[in-house]
Design a protein around this ligand. Structure first.
Ligand code: ACO
Length: 312
């Protein structure tokens, strides 16, 4: 029992904040941000624009792309950690927004920057068990909600946005979500977490050191598990946290630069939305093509980390 990808969509808020815009409001520079992170701009949601708004917009585009309506879906899973409402789940609110007229399960997973891999992991298990025919996965984040505007070391790093993928059950195990692995280690949570007053607390250098080790480890593990090498993979889309982390991890794994999809310069770190936004960007721009194999390793608060192999 496997799956195949039948639709995708994304949404980025209209407002773009460049490094130069940050220069005007805090002690930072375009040069520092580009050198340390590779980021040049990020999208920020309007004040009244919510995670549900962005998730619904991406989901609507994915449904349009698949030529389906929300009633054709059997399960919705949303990867997010930034919902404005503590409950209900963003997934349930998306059903309401998109006018679902039938009942179906919908829930959120909280895996921070690894969240979308956790969503893919759940979907793979449901397909393997033969429990659902069509599953919509959404990654949606309003990271700007958590920005501490007095902390230049984290304020410049994040962005907002959402992406969605629709998978359908398939008898082939060579398409769709081919393999997933997810891990977590709660002993390290203080390195990177949200505070009670909704700000990002991060030890940047320690997080960096963990990321450059755990991202290649997850990618190596999944390639070995699937019995493939870097030569069999068409694209690697690492979590878009920092260009230096992306390049060092991918090169350590033996991926040439032209196989690494990078959007961190345009979107910055959109946490649980980062990989699916990058995948949508690759598809929209004709970089990623039908039949290609994509490897998506990620790392984030928790600590959480993991990887997914998806055939487009
Ligand atoms: N502009 C200018 N200077 C700055 C800025 C800024 N925006 N931020 C920090 N600095 C300064 C610091 O104050 C420090 O100055 P000092 O030497 O005078 O004390 C200097 O730059 C170096 O600071 P470091 O923190 O050591 O910089 P580093 O090279 O480690 O880069 C960065 C910081 C970009 C955050 C890096 O550590 C990093 O990318 N870490 C990983 C982040 C990550 O991967 N997060 C992933 C998960 S996010 C999630 O799960 C939600």
């Amino acid at each position: 029992m496997g799956s195949r990808l039948i639709g995708y969509g994304s949404y980025l808020p209209e407002k773009v904040m460049t490094n130069q815009d940050f220069e005007k409001i805090m002690d930072t520079s375009d040069e520092w941000i580009v050198q340390r992170t590779g980021m040049r701009q990020r999208h920020f949601a309007a004040e009244n624009e919510t995670v549900v708004d962005m998730a619904s917009a991406a989901a609507a585009r994915a449904l349009e792309n698949a030529k389906l309506t929300i009633d054709d879906i059997d399960l919705v899973i949303v990867a997010t950690t930034s919902s404005e409402l503590d409950f209900p789940a963003v997934g349930v609110q998306v059903l309401g927004r998109l006018g679902a007229t039938k009942n179906m399960p919908a829930f959120d997973v909280s895996g921070a920057c690894t969240g979308f891999i956790y969503a893919l992991h759940c979907a793979r298990a449901f397909f393997t068990a033969g429990m659902h025919r069509r599953i919509m996965l959404i990654g949606a984040e309003k990271m700007s909600r958590f920005i501490d505007w007095t902390d230049r070391s984290t304020a410049v790093l994040f962005g907002d946005g959402a992406g969605a993928l629709i998978f359908e059950h398939s008898t082939s195990s060579y398409s769709g979500i081919i393999d997933t692995v997810v891990m977590s280690d709660g002993r390290e949570f203080e390195m990177l977490h949200g505070s009670m007053d909704h700000h990002i607390i991060m030890n940047g250098p320690e997080t960096y050191k963990k990321a450059v080790t755990l991202i290649p480890a997850a990618a190596s593990y999944i390639m070995e598990h699937a019995g493939i090498t870097a030569d069999n993979v068409d694209w690697i889309i690492p979590h878009q946290a920092n260009l230096r982390i992306i390049q060092s991890g991918a090169q350590r794994l033996g991926f040439p630069l032209e196989k690494i999809l990078v959007t961190v310069d345009k979107h910055a770190n959109t946490s649980g939305a980062s990989g699916v936004l990058a995948l949508s960007y690759g598809l929209d721009n004709g970089l990623i093509k039908k039949g290609q194999l994509v490897l998506y390793p990620a790392f984030g608060s928790g600590l959480t980390w993991g990887a997914a192999l998806v055939r487009i």
